[in-house]
Design a protein around this ligand. Structure first.
Ligand code: FES
Ligand code: FES
Length: 219
């Protein structure tokens, strides 16, 4: 029998070749492709990300760094400056573990880029104490046992410091009965609402609220 079938039907060779390819496919799950020798292209080496010199002021010290402009403030702190007090929980703005203060206001450092904060005054948990003297909010957390594993605690404390300043400035929250009032009474409901962006998986919430109440009353 010849390979050419004048009636346009499959030849015995094409049937056999098809059978071999089908067998390979069934045995390996991989399709068989005909590749000319040497046709597999070498993978291109990864191109290094371009970096940019940046100047950041953190905890009253100036830092000069050269970073990929896409670096988040959180990654700059933790991975490039050795300030690992700020924690990475979700990296999506949902847990508050990465909270730091920028010009006195609390932000999620995972949701902002380091390059955007040149010239800002950044304060992390490492910058709150004065020498051996704890910040009053830190001392209150210790006194009230406001943590268990402690992973969320730096973010909770930075958030509490920012929140107390917001309340002192008379900023209302969703829990405020009178949003036009000049001053805010820091009830437990106010504290819970204002701290609602900081999640504690250990559920140390009652002690966290008590610590912030103590710090507010002592301020
Ligand atoms: S790590 Fe930034 S909010 Fe969770
Ligand atoms: S103390 Fe463990 S997550 Fe808050």
């Amino acid at each position: 029998m010849t390979e050419t079938d004048n009636r346009n039907g499959p030849t015995r060779r094409t049937v056999l070749e098809g059978g071999v390819a089908t067998g390979v496919l069934l045995a390996t799950g991989l399709p068989v492709y005909a590749e000319p020798a040497g046709a597999v292209a070498a993978a291109a080496p990864p191109t290094p990300a371009p970096t940019k010199p940046m100047s950041l002021r953190i905890n009253a010290k100036d830092f000069a760094v050269e970073l990929d402009p896409r670096t988040t403030l959180l990654d700059a702190l933790r991975n490039h400056l050795g300030l690992t007090g700020s924690k990475k929980g979700c990296h999506h703005g949902q847990c508050g573990a990465c909270t730091v203060l920028v010009d006195g206001r609390r932000i999620n450092s995972c949701l902002t880029l380091a390059v955007m904060h040149q010239g800002d005054e950044i304060t992390t948990i490492e910058g709150l104490a004065e020498g051996d003297r704890l910040h009053p909010v830190q001392a209150a957390f210790v006194a009230r046992d406001g943590f268990q594993c402690g992973y969320c605690t730096p973010g909770q404390i930075c958030s509490a410091v920012g929140m107390l300043d917001e309340a002192r400035a008379g900023w209302p929250s969703h829990a405020s009965a009178d949003v036009a009032a000049a001053s805010v009474a820091l009830t437990d409901a106010e504290i819970r609402e204002r701290m609602s962006g900081n999640i504690c998986r250990c559920a140390a919430y009652p002690n966290i609220v008590a610590a912030i109440r103590d710090a507010a009353e002592g301020a």
